[in-house]
Design a protein around this ligand. Structure first.
Ligand code: BGC
Length: 739
């Protein structure tokens, strides 16, 4: 083995020194050199070093999946998390240390002395902001907190489509729409990688339900897959060049995602030319042969030992190599892909740690909550007056303690600790991670700040009758509805747990002046909807959620969030009224047919003429907006421009949305573009949106091409997928493109 580090040329040295001084890597230079360096360094490695690079070892958590501390993790590695891979210092290869996830740096017990990280809003809340810049800021902040702990890979970029409102993991994903999800996921990756930390996009692909996920076969028409979940990854990859893609647990059309030759070798690395590495999810590598099918790294190997009784990339891969079943070139490619991404992002050239301004990160978390909370209904009850001695009943939802966080591997332990952790439990390996986590401060405390003249009366919502007594003696009721959602589970229905629907119904009957605040990761059924005056969808709003909720109720903040997922009136409107496999024991093989194909969410509702209770894109505020003067340009794609005017009396933000509503001979709804615009009262702005041509096209798997049909394409500019204000049509010529 050669021990000398490759000598950088004078330009590279200068740039690297400057970058080190500034504490940031030199990305463009890194991009140019990454492939060549990876090639060069890989050749100098021993086989043992190569094999050591293609696995990661899960950190030890007392009582956790990994068991006792793994001897492969050196004693001097202080900050452990989801994955550790030894480096090769003499070749300039850093150890790879990965941490979850998309909403901050998690710590389910890996680091007892860690003081806590910024807990950003759930991704579905950030999805509701429709604000790529905000998501980028969040990504940068997460990466700074990762670097400060020595983590150079962030397991972020959750971008599965929210196909099913029962998927308990939807809060870790941005939306049900490919374009919105791709644009936002790309900005999170760009933010993270700008700080010298590799980001994943995950979970590739169609990991859209959690029921028995290790044995779940997700069936889909391959062309429809290209137009939906795969298109999300394709666009996000183009816009951000993530260093790694994490494959899902599930199978797709019969083949495990981590060993899916078609999706990994032919689509991702072939058709799209992806240069980074594919890591498996933790416990998603049952066989070494996955290496032949496109998997480059087995993650958290102890997970595979628990699930499949072995560590295939440790136990079997070497034997396969020795016998020639794993070609040398394939092993070299696996290694080069990992090195290339570390080098391209600059994870091997960290200068001094970046300054981490936690106060600034808290501001980003607060802004995320403010922009992510969606006002679903308001009959004029909101904002509540702040200058009156109102008697306000605050009911339920642990609102005296904190706001809810999603559970599972994405749950962040905040600075100063949780306000409460209540163990829920459940089947499978994720049962012990299913907790009600509460972030301080409490909504009750924050409401007191916003309503200094009011008298606040808290009732836990313990029984409907008791809560109704409190409601009756109040001027206004703010009822909280919460639900614990998290990895490893699917919801059986859309109701609120613990009898909360009955409590809300009872308080609304006792006092019609009731406002409901929901802290959930998915749509809920709201049987009491017509009885209440306002509904605020706060999602899991992160560490500053309580403040943002109180500000929105008081009107200090003008709500601007828009739904990134359709709220169905009932599951009967959705593609799968019954969820296959729900309730079958852990370990049961399950098949889910995603027969809606690319018509996910609002697209499905449009095709079937179903009316949801709240549509994709819907969200109210305390001012009003008008759209006018739509102009369309055709050609290779479509460009729409129109004017947005704030016709109300308050400054506010709007998110006009451009939809394709019909293509020639094909009724088809597609979000083509959106923009978040902030306007003063009376102010107007011209917005121009150009569609990615793939959103106008259909994918033809036989030719591997996208095809735009010749003829009239109808579009609309709307406030949601069902509130279309301006309509227009333009002719596009037939066009075929793609590899
Ligand atoms: C999750 C991944 C996560 C990994 C590492 C898995 O259970 O599905 O999203 O990154 O654990 O913690």
């Amino acid at each position: 083995m050669a021990t000398d580090t490759p000598t950088p040329g004078p330009e590279q040295r200068e740039a690297t020194e400057q970058a080190a001084a500034a504490g940031t890597p030199t990305r463009s230079l890194a991009d140019e050199n990454a492939n060549a360096r990876a090639q060069d360094i890989e050749q100098r490695m021993t086989d043992d070093e190569r094999f050591s690079l293609v696995i990661s070892i899960l950190g030890h958590v007392p009582g956790g999946l990994a068991g006792p501390r793994d001897p492969r993790i050196p004693e001097d590695v202080e900050n452990m998390s989801a994955g550790y891979t030894p480096g090769v210092p003499c070749l300039g290869i850093p150890a790879i240390q990965s941490s979850d996830a998309s909403m901050g740096i998690t710590n389910p017990g890996y680091r007892p002395d860690d003081e806590g990280a910024t807990a950003f809003p759930s991704l579905i809340a950030l999805g509701s902001s429709f604000n790529p810049k905000l998501v980028r800021d969040e990504g940068e902040a997460i990466a700074r907190e990762a670097r400060m702990r020595g983590f150079n890979v962030q397991l972020a970029g959750g971008c599965n489509l929210a196909r099913d409102p029962r998927n308990d993991r939807n809060f870790e994903y941005f939306s049900e729409d490919p374009w919105l999800s791709a644009v936002l996921a790309a900005e999170q990756v760009n933010g993270i990688q700008s700080q010298g930390v590799v980001s994943t996009l995950k979970h590739f692909t169609l990991n859209c339900n959690e029921t028995n996920r290790h044995w779940l076969d997700a069936m889909i028409d391959p062309d429809a897959h290209r137009e939906s979940d795969l298109l999300t990854f394709e666009i996000a990859i183009e816009r951000s060049q993530p260093g790694s893609i994490m494959s899902g647990y599930n199978k797709i059309n019969g083949e495990y995602a981590s060993g899916n030759h078609h999706l990994l070798n032919e689509v991702l690395k072939g058709a799209w030319g992806y240069k980074g590495w594919v890591m498996s999810d933790w416990g998603a590598t049952p066989e070494w042969e996955f290496a032949l099918k496109g998997l480059d790294q087995e993650s958290g190997v102890q997970g595979d030992r628990v699930l499949w009784g072995k560590e295939p990339f440790t136990d079997d891969l070497k034997a396969a190599y020795a016998s020639g079943r794993l070609p040398k070139e394939r092993l070299a490619d696996m290694v080069r892909r990992i090195l290339r991404s570390l080098f391209a992002v600059g994870a091997d050239r960290w200068g001094p740690p970046p300054a981490v301004d936690m106060a600034k990160h808290a501001e980003i978390a607060l802004e995320g909550a403010r922009q992510g909370i969606v006002l679903l209904k308001n009959d004029g009850a909101l904002p509540l007056p702040t200058d009156q001695p109102l008697k306000i009943a605050v009911i339920g939802g642990y609102a005296q303690q904190g706001v809810v966080s999603g559970a599972g591997s994405g749950a962040v332990a905040p600075v100063g600790g949780f306000a409460g952790v209540i163990k829920i439990g459940g089947a499978g390996v994720m049962g012990k991670h299913r907790n009600l986590f509460l972030f301080p401060p409490s909504p009750l405390d924050e409401l007191e700040k916003q309503f200094p003249q009011a008298q606040l009366d808290f009732d836990p919502g313990y029984t409907p009758a008791e809560a109704a007594l409190t409601a009756k003696r109040s001027d206004v009721v703010i009822a909280f509805g919460i639900r614990v959602e998290g990895e490893g589970f699917d919801l059986p229905d859309l109701s609120l747990p613990w009898g909360q629907d009955a409590v809300i119904d009872a308080v609304a009957s006792a006092n019609p002046n009731t406002i409901v605040v929901l802290e959930t990761g998915n749509p809920v059924s709201m049987p009491w909807r017509d009885k209440v005056r306002a509904i605020v969808q706060a999602w899991y709003p992160g560490q500053s959620g309580a403040q943002a909720i109180a500000e929105i109720l008081a009107g200090t903040v003008n709500p601007s969030g828009r739904l990134p997922i359709t709220f169905p009136a009932s599951l009967h409107q959705t593609p799968r009224p019954e969820l296959p496999g729900l309730g079958t024991p852990w370990g049961t093989a399950v098949t889910i047919e995603y027969n809606e194909g690319a018509d996910v969410g609002y697209r499905w509702f449009a095709l079937r003429n179903e009316r949801p209770i709240y549509a994709f894109g819907h969200g109210l505020g305390y001012t009003a907006f008008d759209y006018d003067d739509l102009r369309l340009d055709g050609g290779e794609t479509m460009t729409a421009s129109f004017t947005v005017r704030n016709t109300g009396r308050r400054k506010g933000a709007d998110v006009p949305q451009l939809y394709l509503t019909e293509a020639p001979g094909d009724r088809r709804m597609r979000l083509l573009g959106f923009e978040r615009v902030e306007l003063e009262p009376g102010e107007s702005r011209r917005v121009t949106l150009t569609a990615d041509p793939r959103l106008l096209a259909r994918f033809d798997g036989r030719s591997g091409k996208w095809r735009i049909a010749d003829g009239t394409h109808r579009v609309a500019v709307g406030k949601s997928a069902t509130d279309l204000i301006l309509t227009g049509a333009t002719r596009l010529p037939a066009r075929q493109f793609g590899v």
